[in-house]
Design a protein around this ligand. Structure first.
Ligand code: HH2
Length: 285
């Protein structure tokens, strides 16, 4: 059994599990506009009932062109949601690049830090070291505002893998247990469609680093580029991408559509004879 340690939670990642996205933003590319805390908490609880093992709470969109959110506003958005869900024993992840938001969320009970900058901001690594939370290290080329203008690599899989290896080593040297670390190639973060597909096909090379791999493909523009559909109409493409990621070794799937993805994984898991379907595992825990 492979277990990810996230605060008091031990998440069995022997087979793929689902992280549900809860954005508390005005402008996230798909689920923006949910700024009311009670609505966000109720929505997150529904995602848990639908089978999400982790809830990822974010207060600032990273889509190109999104308005930056100042620290005080991000804290106002995120901390009450994290606190309410943690009180319910939900495994809560905070999706932030800001060390002070990480710290406040951890104090409020977050069990995971999901940082699209892979703890490169000053103090971010120290905040992570001082906690017992799981840490998701993601690769991004450039900055959110401009990252999609002209992404360029000599060897996208090799470069992403080398970056993630360096960041995992930095974390381990700083004192973070390896069973708390998750890696993520960062689909859509400074990558063309060809780069994303290359990474997806070769996700096994990233998994070979020895850490659970998180894949965030849900409703992203690469699904739009493939299907010709707008974000609201990318469910089928997103499920196909989630299954492909799982098939290539992803163990955490960051998705907006939890119920549908859990069902798709349960069906595929039953066919592949995984030990217990996703839904059964949710009930046991
Ligand atoms: N993608 C988004 C945000 N955070 N974190 C990780 N680890 N991996 C991802 O692929 C990832 C992420 C973007 O999706 P979303 O949160 O739905 O949109 P927005 O940034 O517009 O809020």
């Amino acid at each position: 059994m492979t277990v990810l340690r996230a605060g008091k939670h031990a998440i069995d990642v022997t087979s793929p599990c689902v992280m549900g996205v809860v954005n508390v933003t005005a402008d996230s590319f798909y689920d923006g506009g949910r700024l009311d805390p009670e609505a966000a908490i109720a929505y997150a609880r529904r995602l848990c009932d639908d089978g999400a093992r982790i809830i990822d709470v974010g207060g600032e969109s990273t889509r190109p062109g999104a308005a930056p959110v100042d620290e005080a506003e991000e804290l106002r958005r995120v901390v009450p949601i994290v606190a309410a869900l943690a009180r319910d024993d939900v495994c809560v992840s905070v999706d932030t690049m800001k060390p002070r938001v990480m710290r406040a969320a951890l104090d409020a009970g977050a069990a995971m830090v999901n940082d699209v900058r892979a703890l490169l901001a000053p103090d971010a690594l120290a905040v992570a070291v001082a906690s017992d939370a799981a840490i998701c290290l993601m690769h991004m080329q450039g900055e959110p505002a401009t990252m999609q203008r002209a992404p360029a690599y000599r060897d996208v899989v090799g470069e992403v893998r080398a970056f993630l290896l360096r960041r995992t080593q930095a974390c381990i040297e700083a004192g973070i247990d390896r069973n708390r670390i998750v890696v993520d190639p960062g689909f859509g973060f400074g990558k063309s469609l060809a780069h994303n597909l290359d990474l997806l096909r070769n996700l096994g090379d990233i998994a070979a680093l020895g850490f659970p791999v998180l894949a965030g493909l849900s409703r992203k523009s690469m699904i739009g580029a493939i299907t010709g559909r707008e974000a609201g109409d990318r469910l089928a493409g997103s499920i196909a991408a989630a299954l492909a990621a799982a098939m290539h070794g992803a163990r955490l799937l960051r998705v907006h559509d939890v119920r549908q993805t859990v069902d798709a994984l349960a069906a595929w898991g039953a066919i592949e004879s995984w030990p217990g379907s996703q839904k059964d595992r949710g009930k046991e825990q």
